[in-house]
Design a protein around this ligand. Structure first.
Ligand code: ZN
Length: 397
């Protein structure tokens, strides 16, 4: 836990017996909070396949079927969590597998390796062209699997369950009702899904749910838009949807690298801010091409630049840390260095790069240095990552 912060001399005067780990040539940054990442897409990054719906069928769903193999799922779960920690990510909200054993492997890896995890099985039960049968669950089985993991999370301070219908078109009415029931019966759980990512996707959703006036209404019909809900993307919302998202205190997760890779569009950040909506950032692996949320900040900056908004570095850093914590209701536990919070942070050692060291030396303010770091540093400069004061990653490890 963080018990104090300030100048080294002041802290040492208060706690002279303190054991010191010296990171003189480095920045200590609050742990990155990745609000949207797909574990079964670990090996599906940088896959060709056009835009969202084609890419899903061609490259992503086949990759997700590989998790039917327990040994593969076990190995991948560990690599996935280690990879996130090596990027300075200390909290991750994760879309899990369709296979129960693979999700158990994910929760076990998170417990063993020490990350703060919010996750749940990615739910699909509507057969369609291109969806392998192996990825479909029944609502009954999905509910039983979820109840098991929800029970495990009760005794684990770092593990949380997220009910995860993949998106409107992948779930039947019965599956959506089951999601509502879980959310209602277990108010400590989260609900995560996708919304308004791609124009063709929106057209397909509205054609299918032709009695709904917009995409959000599909989720509203089943009582899935609450203050425990995190909706990924929302690149093309109407003002009415933003109004209702704000009123419901539902959070949005913006995934910059993914939006660029899939050509999904430019996230309207200022419209979200105007509606008082909490925003997290996500890598959206495998549509995103970087596991580092830090690297996504540079893309987030450019996406707003294209819309005439020049974000300052403090705002960018906020989105990946305390902003994300607020969106996930974890702001009392993590997100910055306030006294009493969990010591979740990473050490960014800029001296690993000669160029970066020289570039920072030429900055005339801390703000200018942070701006440079946001665009020029990457996971290659992460030396250590800590969650709850425990070092969970150390380079090279
Ligand atoms: Zn996604």
């Amino acid at each position: 836990m963080i018990i104090d912060y300030g100048k080294r001399s002041d802290i040492l005067a208060k706690v002279p017996e303190a054991w010191i780990e010296d990171y003189d040539d480095a920045w200590l940054i609050p742990g990155m909070i990745d609000g949207h990442v797909h574990y079964p897409q670990y090996y599906a990054t940088a896959a060709q396949g056009g835009q969202l719906l084609d890419w899903l069928v061609q490259s992503i769903l086949p990759a997700e079927t590989a998790f039917a193999d327990p040994a593969f799922a076990n190995d991948t779960a560990k690599r996935f969590i280690k990879h996130l920690l090596s990027c300075g990510t200390t909290t991750a909200m994760v879309f899990g597998s369709q296979f129960a054993h693979a999700n158990e492997a994910l929760f076990n890896a998170a417990r063993e390796l020490g990350i703060r995890l919010i996750a749940g099985a990615t739910l699909m039960d509507t057969p369609a062209d291109g969806i392998p049968d192996a990825l479909l669950q029944t609502p009954k089985q999905a509910q039983a699997d979820a109840e098991k993991l929800i029970a495990i999370c009760r005794d684990e301070p770092l593990l949380h369950y997220a009910i995860t219908p993949r998106y409107a078109l992948s779930c039947s009415e019965e599956m959506m009702m089951m999601c509502h029931e879980l959310l209602h019966n277990h108010p400590e759980t989260y609900l995560q899904t996708h919304i308004n990512e791609n124009r063709n996707e929106i057209r397909a959703v509205l054609a299918h749910f032709n009695q709904c006036k917009d995409y959000l209404e599909v989720y509203e019909r089943y009582g899935l838009v609450t203050d425990r809900t995190v909706l990924a993307h929302n690149i093309h919302p109407s003002d009415g949807e933003l109004d209702r998202i704000g009123q419901a205190q539902c959070s949005i997760c913006h995934c910059p690298s993914s939006n660029l890779f899939l050509g999904s569009g430019l996230f309207p950040l200022s419209r979200h801010i105007k509606h008082g909506i909490n925003i997290a950032l996500g890598t959206d692996i495998g549509a995103g091409v970087s596991f580092s949320l830090w690297s996504n900040l540079s893309d987030a900056y450019k996406i707003q630049q294209l819309q005439g908004l020049s974000l300052n570095p403090e705002h960018l850093l906020y989105l990946a840390t305390l902003g994300g914590a607020k969106a996930l209701h974890l702001e009392n536990e993590t997100g910055n260095f306030s006294t009493g919070k969990s010591a979740d942070f990473f050490v960014l050692d800029y001296t690993r790069s000669d160029y970066l060291s020289e570039r920072l030396r030429r900055c005339n303010s801390l703000e200018a240095q942070l701006f440079c770091l946001l665009h020029l540093a990457s996971e290659r400069q992460v030396e250590s990552t800590y969650v709850r004061g425990r070092r969970v990653f150390f380079y090279p490890s």
